[in-house]
Design a protein around this ligand. Sequence first.
Ligand code: NAD
Length: 255
Amino acid sequence: MAENLDGKTALVTGGGSGIGRAASLAYANSGARVVVTDVNIEGGEETVQMIKESGGEAILVHADVSRPTDTEAMVSQAVKVFGSLDYAFNNAGIGGGRDRHLTADYLEEDWDRVMAINLKGVWLCMKAEIPQMLKQGKGAIVNTASIAGLVGLSGTVAYVAAKHGVAGLTKAAAMEYAKSGIRVNAVCPGYIETPLIEGVFDQVEGYKETLESRHPLGRLGQPDEIASAVLWLSSDAASFVTGHNMTVDGGYVAQ
Ligand SMILES: NC(=O)c1ccc[n+]([C@@H]2O[C@H](COP(=O)([O-])OP(=O)(O)OC[C@H]3O[C@@H](n4cnc5c(N)ncnc54)[C@H](O)[C@@H]3O)[C@@H](O)[C@H]2O)c1
């Protein structure tokens, strides 16, 4: 059954591509007004256009999640334009570094960049969103962690550490705000066909097939399959769910 989010406002970070775009469209298709945020203006504008073409309402806000002034401004803009912030999908993220170095050879600048966006960025978003949700007495936050937030993967230590951090941040915030009407959950996708990993398919022969074979369902996931979990976790259908890191991974971590 489709969720009914009429009159609600959803904010999505990294809404200009991949999973964030799919979630923005899913929120809009369920009736929510969507604040699409991204550093990629062109991608963000495309998402907004897609929502408008399907009869929905959306705005684009340029926001770098690693900058507190940006995360505060995106929330202010959401409230200014649409009057509330009901759902936030803190999804923006980058891959794990340039050359898949092992831990001892991992570059400090890659570590700092991945941490700033993939971990601190999620906290900065919640720091900006929660005060507004507290004012409203209700809200639902979904963060994007990863299977890399639940198990170890080789050659991408900062990404794995950051995503484990997101899983922990999600549980801690869920405890803190449970009595205030704010639910905080995360999705943990397996490998999903988005520009984040598609770029590597052309560079490494057989990489796609290797990744497919690691999922018990025998394929990669699609952005829509993450968006439906995000929508459910955001909606009242998940009213008794908080502090949960939900795998949507074709069985990857069940092995
Ligand atoms: N694709 C996968 O296999 C996969 C698996 C597990 C988790 N994830 C996570 O899903 C999330 C979305 O990834 P995707 O696969 O859709 O990738 P994507 O590259 O298609 O989309 C990521 C978006 O985030 C934006 N972004 C990057 N840095 C930003 C910043 N500092 N501030 C604001 N926006 C920023 C990009 O411009 C882009 O539009 C990420 O957190 C990623 O780690 C992806």
